[in-house]
Structure formats: C-alpha cells, structure tokens
Design a protein around this ligand. Structure first.
Ligand code: NAP
Length: 375
C-alpha cells in the first residue's frame, strides 16, 4: 500500500510505520468493563487527522514505510517515530496511544496567545526564573529546554545559575530575591539539587503565587483540599491528558505507583478530587501486581525502567507512564502493556511534553493573576 500521510500526530506516525492510512485504523479492542467504552467514538475523533502532510517524500524500508514529511506546524514527529520503531505498534492498537505531544503543542499555542494578550493589556512580559545549582548534565539540559519553551511562546526566561558549592542559605536568599522581584512571575528550582542543600527549605522559600512548578507544601495542601492552585506540573499535565481522552474518573479505581511530593501524592489528590477511588502505592506496598490488576487507571511514577508488566494490567485499563529513566525508558513495559490497555502513553511523547507545557501555561496564568489581567 502506498504511504499516504494525512495526520500530524502519533496516529500519523503509527499509520506511516504500518503503511495504513489513518482512516483505516482498526478500533481498539476495549474491555467490557473499560471506562473507555463509552467514549470510543470521541477517542477515535481525538486521533483523527487535523492536518494534511505533503506527500511524495516517503522512504521505503523492508518492513515499514516512513514518511519524511514537510510539516505545516511545529509538532515534532521524530520523538514519536522513535518510540514507534521501538515498540509493539500494530494497526489494531495504534489508536490506544495518548498523544501528549499534540496536546502540549496546543497548550503552548494557547499560552502564546495569552502572553500576547497580557502584554497588550499590561505592557509587561510574563517571565519565568529557572534556578540551576551545579552542573548536573540532565538538569542543565532540562533547564535549557524549559527556557527554550519559554522563548517559543514569548515568556521571558530569567536564567539563574549557582555554583555546585552553594549553601541552603545562599539558595534561599536567591529565591527570596526573585520572590521580591515584581518582574519575575514564576520561579522554578531545578531538582535534584546537590546533596548538602536542604531541598525542602529551598522549595518553601518560593511564594505560592510564583510556585509555577507546584513544589511547595502550601501548594500541595491546596491541591489536596481541591482549592485553586498552581499544581505540580506532571500530575496536572497527566490530568489534562486524561481529560483530553475523555477517561471517566468518577467511580473508577485508579492506582498510583509512587508517593513523591511532586508526583505520586498530588496525582492521587487530583484523582480523588475527581471522584476516583485511589490506591497509592510505594516501595513497601505488598502484592503490587494484584493491586494493579484491579485498577481501571494505572499511573506509574516510581522511576524503575519497564517495571509495570502487561500481565498486571486489567483488560481495558488506561495506563499512564510518568517514568523517565536513563535511555528514555518509561516505568511501564510498553510492549506488553499496550495489548491489554485501552489507552496508553508512550515514552517519549506522552507525559513528558505535558509537564513542560503545563509549567509554561501555569507561568502565564501566574503572570496574569499578578498583573490583574484576565486571559
Ligand atoms: P522519587 O521521588 O524517587 O519517588 C519514587 C517513588 O516510587 C517513591 O514513592 C518510592 O517509594 C516509589 N517506588 C520505588 N520503587 C518502588 C517499587 N518497587 N514499587 C512501588 N513503588 C516504588 O521519583 P519521582 O520524582 O516521583 O519520579 C518518578 C518517575 O517519574 C521517575 O522516573 C522520574 O524520572 C519521572 N518523572 C517524570 C517527569 C516527566 O516530566 N515525565 C517529571 C517528574 C518525574 P518510597 O516512597 O517508599 O521510597
């Protein structure tokens, strides 16, 4: 079959790899008890092409047809394509993929519009301070990526880099300076920070209204209570992805694996606030596979590569992989989990892009609030 590229997202990439036009994708075999059954048509709609790619630049390989398309938007296919080549994607299960890249792009586009509106109304450019302590290569890369996303949408990045030997007091003082600076609307402390630093003390120095990464105890308390908050970015990004795919949470059984203050705990709270019944697991949890087997929604956030096995997943469950381990490997064994899952996030291209997009969106929202602009 000729390679006919018509979509801009993961569905497109998968279709290209399997040489299937999107419209011919098979319906995913959703389990009878799946919370997704009632929304299959909307899920399909969410996967449908919204943009046409230019044809005539496809490369045939022995088993796949990979289009090198000239794209009309800035969605980046390569990360998805990488994921696809590494995973067990077939025409029958490709519709199960939750495309974080596409949703993140939309959030960033909307953030750019809000930035323009804020500037017009107030004459002020929203800004995000990123604080990096030391030279950890991953942290350097993450802060660079965040600043780049800021620039893409018109947010002014404020780069703060402190040397390896910085003390907790010096870091707290720096955060205090940024907290008092009215031209700075959001503060992000890249973590992990070097060992001797009291990370919690540093986080707590960030005022709640500038806590766009959602790391303070005040923010977490508000999240737990269901109050307005700049929530921790990864769990909030996951909630947006869940909503994008119309996953029914009310009454569903969700399991969250991992209880960190920035991920598992706020994740559990956000799910409880939406009336899910939540089991929060951690390293001392007994019989984890049995617990996972009972869940309609599985959130893996433990930092162990390919830990959650497909055999643990209830047929029809929604599987969200927040893990990001060395080698760009998630916490879920994607190849085995995609079979029973009704929806699943790939790594990369699932939760990761949502985290940064949520950070930027919250920065813009914080700026609007601080400047008294309605966007
Ligand atoms: P963390 O602070 O190290 O917490 C890990 C959690 O997993 C802990 O609660 C730990 O339990 C639990 N855990 C560890 N081993 C376990 C096991 N065998 N069974 C059950 N639970 C276990 O990690 P984190 O910062 O929350 O990050 C978790 C993962 O998400 C990592 O892969 C990280 O890279 C990724 N992440 C991704 C993004 C993104 O944007 N995609 C953002 C943040 C984090 P205890 O509490 O008992 O120790």
């Amino acid at each position: 079959m000729p390679c006919r590229a018509t979509a801009r997202d993961v569905t497109l990439c998968c279709s290209l790899l399997t040489a299937q036009p999107v419209s011919s994708c098979g319906e995913a075999g959703l389990g009878e008890n799946s919370p997704m059954r009632a929304v299959r048509s909307r899920q399909r709609h969410a996967s449908l092409p919204v943009e046409r790619m230019e044809r005539g630049s496809s490369i045939q390989t022995s088993s796949t047809c990979v289009a090198v398309a000239k794209r009309r938007d800035s969605v980046r296919a390569p990360a998805y394509a990488d994921a696809m080549t590494a995973t067990n994607i077939t025409p029958a299960n490709e519709v199960k993929l939750m495309n974080g890249q596409r949703l993140a792009r939309r959030i960033l586009d909307e953030a750019a519009e809000k930035v323009a509106a804020i500037r017009e109304a107030s004459g002020v450019t929203p800004s995000l301070a990123t604080i990096l302590v030391g030279t950890d290569p991953a942290s350097v890369a993450y802060t660079r990526m965040k600043r780049k996303r800021c620039e893409e949408v018109g947010v002014r990045p404020v780069r703060v880099e402190l040397p390896e030997g910085t003390t907790t007091e010096e870091l707290v003082a720096e955060i205090g300076r940024l907290a008092a600076d009215e031209s700075v609307h959001g503060i992000l402390l890249q973590h992990p920070v070097p060992k001797p630093i009291d990370k919690r003390a540093a986080f707590e120095a960030i005022p709640i209204d500038k806590d766009v990464d959602g790391v303070t105890s005040g923010t977490l308390g508000r999240v737990i209570l269901g109050m307005d908050a700049l929530a921790s970015c990864t769990p909030l990004g996951i909630m947006r992805l869940i909503d994008e795919y119309h996953v029914e949470l009310d009454g569903a059984h969700a399991i969250v694996i991992g209880r960190s203050p920035i991920l598992g705990r706020p994740m559990a709270s956000l799910l409880i606030n939406r009336h899910a019944t939540v089991t929060l697991c951690h390293s001392r949890t007994r019989a984890l596979p049995t617990l996972v087997r009972a869940a309609d929604v599985v959130i893996a956030a433990l930092g162990k590569p390919r830990f959650v096995q497909g055999g643990w997943i209830k047929p029809g469950a929604v599987v969200i992989d927040a893990g990001y381990n060395e080698g760009v490997i998630g916490d879920v064994d994607f190849d085995s989990a995609i079979e029973p899952a009704s929806l699943i996030t790939p790594v990369p291209g699932g939760v990761g892009p949502m985290t940064i997009a949520t950070l930027i969106d919250q920065t813009v929202g914080a700026a609007a609030t601080q400047l008294g602009v309605v966007v």
